[in-house]
Design a protein around this ligand. Structure first.
Ligand code: THU
Length: 172
């Protein structure tokens, strides 16, 4: 495991953004609870409905009561009607367990849409939803991204994924 620091400065707002992330060469290096989340996300990914993009995404969400809920991408012939795996999982958690906080979100994907070595990072709309899930509960949500080459990026809060996200923070 390698601990890295990501940093950039946004001159106009005189703000510096930095966060540390853990990089694992393989998901086999993870602790057993996290490995379980990865295998649950893979299970969800394999059940994704993605006949149009052929890009299957799976997400697992660990709640504070220990429950693990799953989501996968659900596509539709009217393309914009589909939904990403992350939002399916987060909205499902909100619908079924509204009083539980989310501890960890794990994301896996497979398909030719992105190269095997690319970082599998959530899309902008999912980041916006991830951000609001976190600010609603006031407890950071840890994110585990499993790339197609099985390398893993682990970040301690979803806020690092969307520095300029829409919301009251930017108005300050
Ligand atoms: N997709 C996700 O499920 N999550 C993301 O963060 C990015 C993209 C899905 C949407 C669509 O079904 C397929 O992947 C191709 O974009």
């Amino acid at each position: 495991m390698q601990l890295n620091l990501f940093k950039f400065v946004f001159d106009i707002m005189d703000k510096e953004y930095s966060f540390s992330y853990k990089l694992f060469k393989s998901s086999t290096e993870l602790v057993s609870n996290d490995k379980q989340l990865v295998s649950k996300a893979i299970e969800a990914m394999n059940n994704a409905y993605a006949p149009y993009s052929k890009f299957k995404v799976g997400a697992s969400v660990k709640l504070s009561n220990g429950e693990i809920v799953l989501g996968n991408n659900q596509e539709n012939i009217a393309y914009p009607s589909g939904l990403c795996a992350e939002r399916v999982a987060l909205f499902y958690a909100g619908a079924m367990f509204p009083n539980q906080s989310i501890e960890t979100l794990c994301i896996v994907a497979k398909g030719d849409l992105v190269p095997e070595t690319a970082l599998l990072s959530p899309c902008g709309s999912c980041r916006q939803v991830m951000l609001e899930s976190e600010s609603r509960q006031n407890i950071p949500i840890r994110v585990i991204l499993v790339n197609q080459d099985d390398s893993v990026i682990m970040v301690d809060s979803v806020k690092y994924f969307l520095p300029f996200g829409f919301g009251p923070e930017l108005a300050k």
